[in-house]
Design a protein around this ligand. Structure first.
Ligand SMILES: Nc1ncnc2c1ncn2[C@@H]1O[C@H](COP(=O)(O)OP(=O)(O)OP(=O)(O)O)[C@@H](O)[C@H]1O
Length: 266
């Protein structure tokens, strides 16, 4: 059976507030699937439910045909998760960070070195492996965090706003790594973003999320065609389906994230 993620009528209430309002979508094997929407659209809440970190109020999630809610331990083995918040230790080297995760996951000693070196190679971090992470650029830290999520060879990699707070060069660098990963490993990838450019560069299919709902779903090309304007950008697509403009930056949330990042590496 090919790998798949099936989300059906998924809903999450925080008190009376409906953060995710009954969404459904499938992700196919080897696909890069994007949840695109502004801050507060419900993207993080959705992936927290998929990663088993948050119980849904109602609805169903199946990965490889297995119920995520009832089989959390098994499902967590299939998933690599790169959260928005920093997860690398700035006082260790890149290699040590990966080794730490490998030990936590009880990877056999023999496999550790080979796995870590392979990951460093794919991420283009081999030369920096023995440097302390405090000296890494934002893009290098992000790549290292992607590496940490890959140590146990997951089938599904989930990234929450992976390039928020990065400059355009670093952002492209992270995209290249994700492309290389997917080519080399056939990994299925779920990514949340509020950058149009990112969704267009990376995603095979995109679900446009707004106020807890999926406003439209399709390939970037299909979504553009639905607007009846061949020249439409994804930004136009977002406006077409939601009636709102997609803020691309400068929100309080983004500022807070960037600040947190800067403080951590001072
Ligand atoms: N634990 C919580 N308790 C109450 N409300 C919450 C909680 N987590 C999220 N929310 C609210 O649910 C809504 C959706 O949040 P969510 O983080 O999923 O959005 P998002 O699309 O991922 O945006 P962001 O990029 O800011 O993370 C927001 O209005 C948020 O304030």
């Amino acid at each position: 059976m090919p790998f798949s993620v099936e989300v059906k009528n998924l809903r999450k209430l925080f008190g009376k507030y409906e953060a995710v309002a009954g969404i459904s979508f499938n992700i196919n094997e080897g696909e890069v699937f994007g949840l695109l929407g502004p801050n507060g659209a419900g993207k993080t809440t959705t992936i927290r439910m998929i990663t088993t970190l948050l119980p849904p109020t109602s609805g169903e999630i199946k990965i490889e045909g297995i119920n995520v809610i009832k089989n959390g331990g098994y499902i967590r083995n299939l998933i690599g998760y790169v959260p928005q918040a920093l997860s690398a230790d700035s006082t260790l080297t890149g290699y040590e960070n990966l080794l730490f995760v490998a030990k936590l996951l009880r990877l056999p000693k023999k496999a550790r070195e080979e796995r870590i070196n392979h990951i460093l190679d794919i991420l283009n971090l081999s030369e920096a492996a023995n440097r302390i992470v405090k000296e890494y650029s934002g893009g290098m830290v992000r790549k290292l965090e992607i590496g940490q999520a890959l140590i146990h060879r997951p089938k599904l990699l989930i990234l929450d706003e992976p390039t928020v707070g990065l400059d355009p060069v670093a952002r492209r660098n992270v995209w290249e790594v994700l492309e290389a990963l997917r080519k080399e490993t056939g990994l299925t990838i779920l990514i949340t973003t509020h950058y149009m450019e990112e969704a267009e560069a990376l995603c095979d299919r995109v679900a446009i999320m707004n106020k807890g709902r999926i406003a439209a779903l399709g390939t970037p090309e299909e979504l553009k065609a639905m607007t009846g304007n061949k020249e439409a950008t994804l930004e136009d697509v977002f406006t077409f389906f939601t009636g709102n403009r997609l803020e691309s930056g400068g929100s309080f949330n983004e500022m807070r994230q960037v600040r947190r990042r800067i403080q951590r590496f001072d």
